[in-house]
Write a protein that binds this ligand. Structure first.
Ligand code: HEM
Length: 403
């Protein structure tokens, strides 16, 4: 089948192509790239790619190009070690405790939007700044630096479709220099207090240095070993790039759908018990990460297609989420889905690499949804939204609204 993952029409709306691929060409090979790129679109195949880590490796990165970043973009046992580090910071208990703070942030952003009304770009007013403010808060990045931060993280993602290995280098290096400075500031604070940063324990958190993820990663020790600075930077970078544009997209996609169908908006306004279902249904129908790559560890065959060892294959979450074998009426946004069916969506991945930020982004989207519904009963679209740039992400770059 003729399919180009980078073509303008695919970028504009990949779902018709995904439907055709799922049906006619479930393991598609694309040859107009530096090396063959495969695309898997059926639910069962994508789920297998995410769970069988011995066959489908993350060692060469999640992007179409081969790159060895390490840390979370790795396989067990390396991955297991790093994963323990992030797990603690993003534990559901920890995240739930942030609900009030998130609610206050949303309320302030909506105040600002209302004050400049009755029109706004919902992306700029709420969906974009919210995740950046939240993650900056968790990491411990000063608020005045977050615009620069957001730009670096977006530039790295936008460079994902470049076959040039160095395309994401400049923003990555700029962000690393900034994060290293943040780590060094904390080391200086410890040294000035007469504490050796190399042996400091968690008792200094909230006392000598701020209690945030940057400090946590500075001190973290798993199985008796600490990270070195190179690893610390990779981990922080993976958290930042993973969490920003994805959560923004969840919020813009959700509002785009419910504002495109007044009945949905009114139904949600009337019934707060549907909030969590609406967020989940948005994740299923419009997965913010369309797909990510795995690399084969051995030659294998799928659906009559022969793959060499080290073949790059996209596990297309967004296509799996609309597989009619698993989801009824898959192309429709429905608030009456069976929760057991809805739980099967793969928007956050599956298995060992399942998104550690899932709970956080769900919380942000749910609170943003409720507050907006309550405060803006007449909200409606005010023009066509535009799509974000990165080819493997799916979200709105602008969402004009009026009320
Ligand atoms: C709606 C929002 C989000 C979506 C759709 C999303 C999606 C995903 C997906 C699909 C994966 C699996 C990657 C794989 O299998 O290779 C993943 C992993 C990851 N996500 Fe998220 N994510 C979101 C929000 C966040 C947030 C808020 C954070 C951080 C604060 C975050 C940090 C990460 C990290 C660090 C990983 C790598 C985990 C690992 O490999 O073990 N994500 N995410």
């Amino acid at each position: 089948m003729d399919y180009n993952p980078f073509a303008t029409e695919t970028l504009a709306d990949p779902f018709p192509a995904y439907a055709a691929l799922r049906k006619e060409c479930p393991m598609h090979r694309f040859d107009n790239f530096a090396h063959p790129l495969y695309t898997a679109t059926r639910y069962d195949d994508v789920a297998e790619m995410l769970t069988d880590v011995d066959t489908w490796s993350s060692h060469y990165g999640q992007m179409p190009r081969y790159s060895v970043q390490g840390c979370l973009f790795s396989d067990p046992p390396e991955h297991t070690w790093y994963r323990k580090l992030v797990q603690a910071s993003f534990a559901p208990r920890h995240v739930s405790a942030m609900e009030n703070e998130i609610s206050t942030l949303i309320s302030a952003l909506l105040d600002e939007m209302e004050a400049h009304g009755p029109t706004a770009d919902f992306h700029d007013a709420l969906a974009c700044p919210l995740p950046v403010l939240v993650i900056a808060n968790i990491l411990g990045v000063p608020t005045q630096d977050i615009e620069q931060f957001k730009a670096w993280s977006d530039e790295q993602l936008a460079a994902a479709n470049a076959s040039d290995m160095d395309a994401s280098k400049a923003p990555r290096e700029a962000m690393n220099a900034y994060l290293l400075d943040q780590l060094n500031q904390r080391r200086t604070q410890l040294s000035e207090a007469g504490i050796d940063p190399a042996t400091a324990t968690e008792s200094v958190l909230g006392e000598t240095i701020s209690d945030d993820v940057i400090s946590g990663i500075l001190l973290a020790e798993v199985d008796g070993r600490r990270l070195d600075d190179k690893e610390r930077l990779v981990m922080l970078n993976q958290l930042l790039v993973g969490g920003n544009e994805t959560t923004t997209s969840l919020i813009t996609n959700l509002f785009w759908r419910i504002l495109s169908d007044r009945d949905l908006y009114e139904q949600l306004r009337a019934d707060p018990s549907l909030d969590a279902i609406a967020v989940e249904e948005s994740l299923r129908l419009d997965a913010p990460v369309l797909g990510l790559y795995r690399t084969t560890t051995q030659p294998l065959e799928r659906h009559g297609v022969q793959l060499d060892e080290r073949a790059k294959v996209m596990a297309t979450f967004a296509a799996a989420n609309r597989d009619p074998e698993v989801f009824e009426d898959p192309d429709t946004f429905r608030l009456d889905r069976d929760p057991a069916e809805l739980r099967k969506h793969l928007a956050f991945g599956l298995g060992r690499h399942f998104c550690p930020g899932a709970h956080l982004s769900r919380l942000e989207a749910r609170v943003a949804l409720r507050q907006t519904l309550d405060r803006f009963p007449t909200l409606q679209l005010d023009g066509d939204p535009t799509r974000i740039a990165a080819f493997l992400l799916w979200g709105r770059w602008s969402l004009p609204v009026t009320w």
